[in-house]
Design a protein around this ligand. Structure first.
Ligand SMILES: C[S@@+](CC[C@H](N)C(=O)[O-])C[C@H]1O[C@@H](n2cnc3c(N)ncnc32)[C@H](O)[C@@H]1O
Length: 395
């Protein structure tokens, strides 16, 4: 117990003044100091079980039921709603409680907690199902595929680990087009996977640049201009953010994506347009927008595909070379000490896309490899995910 008391004191001392994420990391490190090798085996070896039991709880609407009720619910009440066997529900609930996902408050009786209320929300349930439907099956195949490939990562779209797991040669987003349930879950994941408190618009001098470019264009900031185009913008959250933060800025705000993604999205507000655009095809917007914006798009693609995407945007920029920019909003993997949040996404990119997360140096090389483009400035706006907004201009 002395060891534990010392650990708690060290933890409290180490956590002083740290960010929330750093404190979480310290808490994990603290737990690890308490674990025996058998504990470690239990934690790591059974890590998939939490995914499985969460999936079951979602199918059986256990989180929603508990979160909606004012008081606790019994196994019998929860089973009645789904028609499932009471003894089965009792075992699932017991497991959920052991993982801290619901609270056991009496014999066979449970109350909601923070985790329950998270998965009671449709957006988080959908996001979780994206992992179950689109990510985990491919991760299960990763060791064998890499062994078969002599431990070389594949960069061939159509021959990824996911392709093998799903028995298709379609690139992931083409596969999604044919599987609306998977497409919807992927869209929900993109809406909530990271904390909204970190906002690129707090770091990038957006309004200042709009004023400068408007002056260069030699016209008033009119409603005919295109202010902002989110390329591969999914549900259009970033367009809405631009409108909310700068309600006084004129010009069209456009969210582009595949038809199937836009159809799965809730209708946009009046001041945001939806436009179907395949980013591997030439841009259909006729004049250069002030900003093309790409968030978490290029990390899905190997270098040669990124060059194609950026080349089409460059062609549009050339219509107003001094007053149009591309903003790339992506992780810039730290050369040392990357967080789990960063490495998680990098492994998704390896498995699903034959792509990767890139360091700032790799971003610079990639942008520089597109004829006529240069990465001019970059702004870090979130440390845990190492998020960076990078400004790209005509060289
Ligand atoms: C990882 S998501 C990022 C979404 C959004 N930018 C965000 O940060 O939440 C990648 C997006 O690219 C879109 N996408 C994939 N292939 C596309 C294509 N060929 N043309 C246009 N959009 C595409 C997907 O539908 C998806 O919305």
């Amino acid at each position: 117990m002395d060891d534990i008391a010392r650990c708690v004191a060290d933890f409290a001392e180490a956590a002083k003044g740290k960010s929330r994420h750093k404190t979480i990391d310290l808490a994990h490190a603290f737990i690890q100091t308490l674990e025996t090798p058998a504990d470690i085996l239990q934690r790591v070896g059974y890590s998939h079980l939490q995914t499985t039991v969460t999936h079951l709880a979602i199918d059986l609407k256990i989180f929603e039921q508990l979160a909606e009720e004012r008081g606790p619910l019994t196994d019998v009440q929860i089973a009645a709603a789904s028609g499932a066997e009471v003894s089965l529900i009792a075992r699932i609930n017991r497991c959920l409680a052991s993982y801290g996902m619901i609270d056991a408050v009496g014999l066979g009786t449970y109350a909601p907690n923070k985790v329950t209320r998270t998965f009671a929300q449709e957006a988080f349930r959908g996001a979780f199902m994206h992992m179950v439907l689109n990510v985990v099956p491919a991760w299960m195949q990763l060791p064998q595929v890499l062994a078969d490939n002599n431990y070389k990562a594949t960069h061939d779209v159509g021959k990824t680990v996911l392709n093998r797991a799903f028995g298709t040669s379609l690139p992931f987003f083409e596969y999604l087009k044919q599987h609306p349930r998977n497409m919807q879950a992927a869209g929900q994941y993109m809406g909530v996977w990271r904390d909204s408190e970190a906002n690129w618009l707090n770091a990038y001098p957006f309004e200042e640049e709009v004023k400068r470019m408007t002056a260069l264009r030699g016209n008033v900031n009119s409603n005919d201009e295109i202010l902002f185009v989110d390329v591969g913008g999914a549900l259009g959250h970033q367009c809405q953010l631009v409108r909310q933060k700068f309600p006084h800025l004129k010009g069209r705000v456009i969210n582009q994506d595949l038809a199937e993604m836009l159809q799965a999205a809730p209708p946009p507000p009046d001041d945001v347009e939806f436009m179907v655009q395949d980013f591997f095809q030439p841009q259909q917007v006729r004049e250069a927008p002030m900003f093309f914006y790409l968030r978490n798009v290029l990390h899905d693609w190997p270098d040669d595909s990124c060059v194609t995407i950026l080349s089409h945007l460059r062609d549009a920029l050339l219509k107003a070379p001094e007053s149009a920019k591309i903003l790339i909003d992506e992780m810039a993997v730290p050369e040392f000490g990357a967080s789990r949040y960063v490495t998680n996404v990098d492994m998704v990119m390896m498995t699903g896309f034959g792509a990767k997360e890139r360091t700032l140096a790799e971003w610079r090389i990639l942008v520089g490899s597109v004829k006529g483009l240069k990465l001019s400035r970059s702004f870090t706006y979130e440390n845990q995910l190492s998020m960076e907004v990078m400004e790209v201009e005509i060289a």
